[in-house]
Design a binder for this molecule. Structure first.
Ligand code: CAA
Length: 386
């Protein structure tokens, strides 16, 4: 069901004000301190941002995908670290529960996720299973009413703050690929769970990623999400949605960078006139705008079609591939338009350039999106549906 247009507009304007007045002024500070201030986190809680994608009956805003993307486009207009604070609760940390959880599981965890009192992370990647997610080795062995989990996860966003993890683990050792995997909720305080120190990263300071280790962690069998052996499908369905959300965040960043480059080009003078009057600069501004607009259209079309119940695997991967690669090109042009200033920390453009590089890696690299798109095309061709 489409979200009420007036409520949607009010929410978008509220988020835009929050981004403009509260986040943008402290971008440099967050970059330097590697921390989003607690006052900002509290404000995000008050705005309901942690519960954007949690149904209203569990305390969230219950946004449809189109509205969530419109909000993510706004959040993207500042350093990605701000969005990341609530990002796993909005997306990959909560959606296995939202899409596949039982009523009991939803009642137990979703209200805390929606309020931001519980931070939820998504634990799929392992030291030896990144793009080949189906090759994961973390195992979960049934023992009576419990499973015993052992293994290591890598680069888990928000792990240092997480209270819960959606963990993909192998329940059938005889099934080496995607089929032997199941999904579980694991609470941080379960004995045997430990979290490593945040990684030192190229960008996105203020957002943290850590290893998570499971050393014979006992969890109730009732913590399994979906059916045994269907954990990979759970993970992929969560990522279909996550990839649209990330596309919107990346395109918000593109739009912000276009604003920065145009403003700068209109002020900065060379050869006796503002550089915006030079056609080679205009080319970079125009290409950036065309790409950001195309990405916005793809995001909103794919989101609407998901809201209508369509399978959006191919659309989500196409959108993530295009939107995040486009964002990389826009950030590169922004540095170019700023010239030497684009390379100097004070202007903040080099920080964005480093920050947006991650969009092309996480939630599936650009090459994984290409693989998904090509496979879906071949599937459709076989079914004579192209
Ligand atoms: N929805 C539902 N089911 C799906 C699906 C989808 N989108 N995609 C695949 N499946 C199902 C398939 O239908 C198949 O089931 P059947 O055998 O019953 O048909 C099963 O899952 C296995 O699918 P594949 O055979 O396609 O599996 P594969 O091993 O060949 O891998 C892949 C496919 C696309 C490469 C996948 O491994 C993938 O997406 N890899 C990238 C992983 C990724 O995105 N990691 C990011 C981690 S999260 C992150 O970055 C978060 C963070 O903290 C920042």
């Amino acid at each position: 069901m489409a979200f009420d247009a007036e409520i949607r507009q009010a929410l978008i304007e509220q988020v835009r004000r929050f981004v403009t007045e509260k986040c943008i002024p402290i971008e440099a500070q967050v970059g330097e301190t590697d921390e989003v201030p607690q006052a900002i986190v509290d404000e995000m809680k008050n705005l309901g941002l942690f519960g954007l994608a949690v149904p209203e009956e569990y305390g969230g805003l219950g946004l449809d995908m189109e509205t969530e993307c419109l909000v993510a486009l706004e959040l993207g207009r500042t350093s990605p670290a701000f969005r990341s604070v609530a990002g796993t609760n909005i997306g990959i940390g909560s959606q296995a529960l939202v899409l596949f959880g039982t009523d009991e599981q939803k009642e137990k965890w979703l209200p805390g996720i929606a309020s931001g009192d519980l931070i939820a992370s998504f634990a799929l990647t392992e030291p030896e299973a990144g793009s080949d997610a189906g090759g994961l080795k973390t195992k979960a062995v049934r023992d009576g009413d419990e499973y015993v989990l052992s293994g290591s996860k890598r680069y888990i966003t928000n792990a240092n703050k997480a209270n819960l993890f959606t963990v993909m683990a192998r329940t059938n050792p005889d099934e080496p690929g995607a089929k032997g995997v199941s999904a579980f909720i694991v609470e941080r305080d379960a004995p045997g769970v430990s979290v490593g120190a945040p990684e030192s990263k190229m960008g996105q300071q203020g957002a943290h990623a850590c290893d998570v280790n499971f050393d014979e962690v006992r969890i109730p069998a009732s913590n399994m999400i979906g059916k045994e052996g269907e954990g990979f499908k759970v993970a992929m369905s969560v990522l279909d949605k996550g990839r649209l959300h990330i596309s919107a965040v990346a395109t918000g960043a593109s739009e912000r960078l276009i604003k920065e480059m145009v403003n700068y080009a209109m002020e900065r003078e060379q050869f006796g006139k503002p550089i915006a009057q030079h056609q080679l600069i205009q080319g970079m501004m125009a290409d950036s705008q065309a790409e950001a607009y195309a990405a916005r259209c793809m995001i909103l079309d794919a989101a609407r079609r998901r809201d209508e119940g369509e399978n959006v695997t191919i659309l989500a991967s196409s959108t993530k591939l295009f939107a995040t690669e486009a964002c990389g090109r826009v950030a590169d042009r922004a540095v170019q338009v700023f010239g030497g200033a684009g390379y100097i920390t004070d202007y903040g453009i080099e920080r964005f350039y480093r920050d947006v590089r991650l969009f092309r890696l996480y939630e599936g690299t650009s090459q994984i999106q290409q693989i998904v798109i090509a496979r879906e095309l071949m599937k459709a061709a076989k079914a004579d549906q192209l």
